[in-house]
Ligand binder design. Structure first.
Ligand code: SF4
Ligand code: SF4
Ligand code: SF4
Length: 580
């Protein structure tokens, strides 16, 4: 490895040849601000377009200032990040950005989470010096998931890189020229008319309020204050290891008990756990897998818990619609069971029931509106809010989250096993399914239940599991670019997998588009996943088919797993959709 010696602010450092000034400065803990730059190596998202010019630094002997994110270090280089000239240039760039930016921070969804706002504050900007033309693009509220307000766009192109390079969906790209330039779907189409998967990963990396989630919090307040409504809430696994971040806790801190208490304080009539339905999903998915194995059905089976992924294959691989499992996602299964089985048990008219899902995901907002995910003219799930929206509700209600005591979920839809908790991390659904499928097929107890080969942030993970005399080949992909590779292999007949888990978001749902912003720190995703694995280890029951309340549901109501009633309520179908 060849090293390059340089100084930054008079401090010597040796870094690998090919490093940028920005990377060298990071090693010295010298912060050079950036807006467009984002380097998420682990998930292959590197936005290095040097478009914002916020990272300008002075290099001795050079006439012009240099963008630190795109300038390679050279031997003997002397860099100043803190010279008056560099600081003034940086401030001017931000002042120019602000001159064409709505100054409505107080009303903005990204308020306190906006990188432009933070930078303006750090640079001590107190007035908008430059006056001139301002953009007026209007707001795209066409979709159930994402709001696009291009008047807040600073053209950093992070969303484009995320959508094109990581997700390979290619919905967003720069169109038009000069002052008219915008990031847009082709033909300026509204988002809901595109192949967007609503994964929300563009929202997760957008530094400003140009891309945000659809705010459903007012709808939740409305139903909570409507005496006619019986309001049931469920929370997804990944929420419990991320919500604490909004209240100053470390990523991965498990706050399940506090969440249950907080939800009761907010006034929900019943407080349940999507994990119950994740166990139910495994009962159905493992049964479907075994059925296909034993009856020569389509292989490989693909998981179908992730609505972003489902929409992706509907648009991109419409010839493979028979391969994914027909199982609804867990929160949709939950809704279907709540409005039938639970409604009967509680003697509540399901028409008055409102199911609220708290999810790490913005795609689930879109999913809940899919017409086929309903029964007897009732939607399975009525309102979806994200982890971030949930945190806002708690703050609005003045709930001191950190001081809450733990409590349990209600029964019967609040009991879950460790297998369901790990659904929130990439690899977790497949690991949970294997724990059950193995025992059902072999009739033996699976002792070593942690499938470490399926854990972690590698883009595609593989394992072979011996079940009876058969080598079962399985794979896990997270991020839609990795999914595309796997689907292309299946299409060209190269795949020899029996089962594949796919999640649209890098890291799985712990990295969902509705989670607290990670601002480029992927260690946060690792810590959240570790929190889920810890909760799994702490559970008394760790295999879905051992959940006593799920067993009772089949005995009292559903009959056989993968049977007629289960099909009616818990399974769905997919549609061909156009690519544009
Ligand atoms: S939500 Fe996902 S698919 Fe849609 S534009 Fe954003 S990154 Fe692309
Ligand atoms: S929408 Fe956001 S991420 Fe995309 S270019 Fe504009 S500011 Fe950057
Ligand atoms: S990976 Fe999870 S958070 Fe992301 S789109 Fe899929 S279900 Fe939603």
């Amino acid at each position: 490895m060849s090293l390059i010696n340089l100084t930054i602010n008079n401090r010597p450092i040796a870094v690998e040849k090919g490093s940028t000034i920005l990377e060298a400065a990071k090693k010295l803990n010298i912060k050079i601000p950036t807006l467009c730059h984002l380097d998420l190596h682990n998930i292959k998202m590197v936005n290095q377009v040097a478009s914002c010019r916020v990272c300008m630094v002075e290099v001795k002997g050079k006439k012009n200032l240099a963008p630190a994110c795109a300038t390679l270090v050279t031997e003997g280089m002397e860099v100043r990040t803190d010279s008056l000239r560099a600081i003034k240039a940086r401030r001017t760039v931000v002042e120019l950005l602000l001159s064409n930016h709505p100054q409505d921070c107080l009303l903005c969804d990204k308020n306190t989470n906006c990188e432009l706002q933070t930078l303006a504050s750090d640079l001590g900007i107190r007035e908008i010096k430059y006056k001139g033309a301002t953009s007026n693009h209007g707001i795209d509220t066409s979709s159930h998931s994402i709001v696009k307000n291009l008047d807040k766009c600073i053209l950093c192109r992070r969303c484009e890189t995320m959508c094109n390079d990581v997700q390979t969906v290619s919905v967003l790209s720069g169109v038009d020229r000069g002052f008219e330039t915008i990031v847009s779907p082709s033909f300026y189409n509204p988002m809901h008319e595109t192949a967007c998967t609503f994964c929300g990963q563009c929202v997760a990396v957008c530094p400003t309020g140009a891309l945000t989630e659809v705010n459903n919090v007012p709808k939740v307040w409305d139903v909570l204050n409507d005496d006619e409504k019986f309001v049931i809430v469920q929370i997804a696994p990944a929420v419990r290891v991320a919500l604490g971040e909004e209240f100053g806790m470390k990523p991965g801190e498990v706050v399940t008990g506090k969440i249950a208490t907080a939800l009761r304080n907010l006034g929900f009539d019943k407080v349940f756990d999507t994990d119950f339905a994740a166990d139910l999903t495994i009962m159905e998915e493992a049964s479907e897998f075994i059925h296909r194995l034993q009856h020569g059905g389509d292989m490989p089976i693909l998981t179908s818990c992730c609505p972003g992924w489902v929409k992706f294959f509907e648009h991109q691989f419409p010839n493979l619609l028979d391969i994914p499992s027909s199982c609804k996602s867990p929160h949709e299964m939950f809704g279907a069971i709540a409005k039938t089985y639970l409604a009967q048990k509680l003697n509540v008219d399901p028409k008055n029931m409102v199911i609220v899902s708290i999810m790490p995901c913005v795609a689930k907002k879109y999913e809940a509106a899919r017409p086929e995910l309903s029964h007897d003219d009732m939607k399975d799930v009525d309102i979806v809010i994200t982890t971030r929206e949930f945190a806002k509700m708690l703050k609005e209600a003045g709930i001191d989250f950190n001081s809450l005591k733990d409590s349990d979920f209600d029964h019967p839809l609040g009991e879950s096993t460790g297998a369901s908790v790990i659904f929130g991390a990439t690899g977790g659904v497949l690991e949970a399914a294997l724990r059950t499928a193995y025992e059902w097929l072999t009739k033996e107890t699976l002792e070593d239940i942690e499938f470490n080969a399926l854990r972690g942030l590698d883009g595609i993970k593989e394992a072979t599991v011996k079940i009876n005399d058969m080598d079962v080949n399985v794979a896990v992909a997270h991020g839609l670019g990795n999914a595309r590779k796997i689907l292309e292999d299946i299409q060209s007949g190269k795949s020899n997998y029996h089962a594949i888990e796919i999640m649209a978001c890098p890291g799985g749902c712990v990295g969902g588009g509705g989670q607290p912003y990670h601002h480029g720190n992927l260690d946060i995703l690792k810590n959240r996943a570790e929190g889920l694995y810890k909760e799994d280890r702490d559970k008394a029951l760790r295999k879905s088919h051992n959940n006593p309340y799920v067993k009772a549901l089949y005995e009292e109501f559903l009959g056989e797993p993968y049977g007629e009633k289960a099909h009616e309520l818990l399974h769905t179908h997919y549609f061909k959709r156009v690519k544009i």
